[in-house]
Design a protein around this ligand. Structure first.
Ligand code: B12
Ligand code: SF4
Length: 473
């Protein structure tokens, strides 16, 4: 039987500049191939994110099953293609991943074209689904799914999150047209890169994070030697000199990261790599070792300049730890991105100003970038639960029916993903407060940068923010 796995993106920018071949699909495809199925991956890079072309590529493979993944941002693009495929073929349609899993009942109710939703990790489940579709035995014995039965949607028991990551075959990157991927290592080197994952999950409980919903704080790591065998194989087979280690927090387990670094040095792998880390999991010796093993970029989630807000978001870090980690990292010669969020629960104008001050402090260091984003609410998170409780998500809200507010367009965020709103910090004022707090030189630079992408929309946006900043106290 032929099986197509599909990744859809919402965003041209990511597709043309920074898109990763989807590791989840690559692992599932490898498991299906191992069981003898013919698999094709249809992805936004090879199809220019063009829905019509994607539908054509899916149909011409004559699939018995089509599996879709999507982030919340890309859900409507994905659902549109799902509906077209159902009209054009008899294929059994499965969906999974960080959006479809936590919204499963809602999406099954709204999108009749979807036959089955997979909860959590898909490697074992997709193989069992393929076997069930082929043999016609039914789905009730497959754990970790929602499917349509006689009496409506049926949910089977969760699968324990105990998949042995070392038992998985190598991700099927041969099914991607890797030459078309422009993904580069962040930072100055801009080397073409491929992603690799040495652990899954995170034991932390940040209220905004989707990983919690997917992995339930379960942290599992691969044997460093086997992970390095995989990286070495990817380097030799596809010629990559750079890798993005996409573990949720690569430095979560000190022994694990130390073994990876020592292994890279012992094998004389000479690769460059970047990773995500937490500020309270690094110290100078570790950072120096990482640097000597090829680490050339680290992203830290700092999120807020207010200790009170960090507590509310259960980030479990302090500003002192963040400052120390960032200073040590640049000191050993690794450039840093410190990620911030604004409009977090409990945030007032005063708290926001503390965040801006910390952003400006970090941005003044050489080799540190400190971008911020407006806090979006994602399904399955603690933040979603709080948003229902506080009426930020209205009664009857559905993740899979278009919902937007004019202010989301003002913010320049994805207009269909709801943002957190605070009573003393209206969303419509946030950009203006940030703009007003900036130095004169910063403002001139900001206006100049926006003017480089000159469009009527950008000009109206800049004027609007400017006017609002004059009226905000
Ligand atoms: C790499 C990455 C990116 C890359 C590439 C994304 C891509 N090609 O998919 C880039 C940088 C482009 C990116 C961008 C964004 N990302 Co991102 N990203 C990640 C990251 C760190 C790693 C993904 C990964 O490698 N996972 C490992 C693989 C093995 O797991 P997986 O993908 O979940 O797949 C497994 C299961 O979910 C399941 N499964 C998944 N799909 C399917 C489909 C079927 C049919 C089945 C059966 C099973 C199944 O089985 C898979 C194998 O076990 C994740 C965090 C994470 N750990 O997932 C965030 C994450 C996916 N990103 C997130 C976000 C918020 C974003 C952005 C919105 C950020 C922003 N503000 O711009 C954008 C949106 C991009 C877009 N336009 O859609 C959120 C998504 C939340 C949500 N509900 O949508 C995540 C979960 C981070 C988080 N902590 O919350 N991201
Ligand atoms: S530390 Fe990172 S991956 Fe872990 S829960 Fe917090 S945001 Fe998510």
């Amino acid at each position: 039987m032929n099986i197509v796995l599909v990744d859809v993106s919402a965003d041209e920018h990511f597709v043309t500049q920074n898109y990763h071949p989807h590791p989840g699909l690559a692992y599932m495809a490898a498991c299906l191939e191992k069981e003898g199925y013919s698999v094709r991956i249809v992805d936004p890079v090879s199809s220019n994110n063009n829905a019509r072309l994607m539908v054509k590529q899916i149909c011409e493979f004559k699939p018995g099953i089509v599996g879709f993944t999507a982030t919340t941002t890309a859900r409507f693009q994905s659902i549109a293609i799902i509906n077209s495929i159902k009209k054009a073929t008899n294929a059994f349609i499965v969906a999974g991943g960080c959006h479809f899993h936590p919204t499963a009942l809602d999406v099954m109710a709204k999108v009749s074209a979807i036959d089955c939703i997979v909860k959590g990790e898909g490697e074992r489940t997709i193989v069992e689904i393929a076997q069930a579709v082929e043999s016609g035995v039914g789905f009730s014995k497959i754990n970790g799914i929602f499917f349509r039965g006689d009496g409506g949607v049926i949910e089977t028991p969760d699968r324990p999150i105990n998949l042995d990551l070392d038992s998985l075959p190598r991700p099927a990157f041969h099914l991607f047209n890797l030459k078309r991927y422009k993904l580069c290592l962040p930072g100055e080197k801009r080397l073409r890169a491929l992603s690799a994952v040495s652990s899954r999950g995170c034991p932390c409980k940040c209220i905004f994070c989707s990983i919690t919903a997917m992995q339930k704080h379960n942290f599992r790591k691969r044997l460093p030697e086997l992970f390095l065998d995989e990286v070495e194989y990817l380097k030799k087979t596809y010629g990559y000199q750079a890798f993005i280690f996409n573990d949720d927090t690569l430095t979560m387990d000190r022994n694990h990261i130390v073994s990876i670094c020592n292994g890279l040095l012992k094998r004389n792998m000479r690769i460059n790599w970047s990773c995500l880390a937490r500020v309270n999991t690094v110290e100078r010796d570790l950072l120096s070792l990482m640097k000597s093993a090829g680490c050339c970029y680290i992203m830290y989630g700092v999120e807020s300049g207010s200790e009170a807000i960090l507590k509310i978001m259960r980030k479990n870090i302090t500003i002192e730890q963040a400052t120390k980690a960032i200073e040590m990292t640049v000191d050993v010669g690794i450039p840093v991105t410190a990620l911030f969020m604004v409009s977090l629960p409990g945030e007032t104008k005063e708290e926001l100003r503390k965040t801006i001050a910390l952003i400006d402090k970090f941005s003044s260091y050489s080799h540190v970038r400190a971008p911020y984003s407006i806090t979006c609410i994602y399904p399955g998170t603690e933040l979603e639960r709080m948003a229902y409780e506080q009426g930020i998500l209205p009664k009857g809200f559905s993740w899979n029916t278009q919902y937007t507010k004019p202010v989301y367009t003002v913010l320049g965020t994805d207009p269909y993903t709801p943002c957190w709103e605070n009573p003393y910090l209206p969303l419509r004022d946030i950009k203006a407060i940030i703009f007003k707090s900036r130095t004169f030189l910063y403002k001139i630079r900001h206006i100049f940068l926006r003017m480089q992408h000159i469009s009527l929309r950008n000009i109206i946006y800049a004027i609007r923010i400017g006017i609002r900043s004059l009226t905000i106290r």
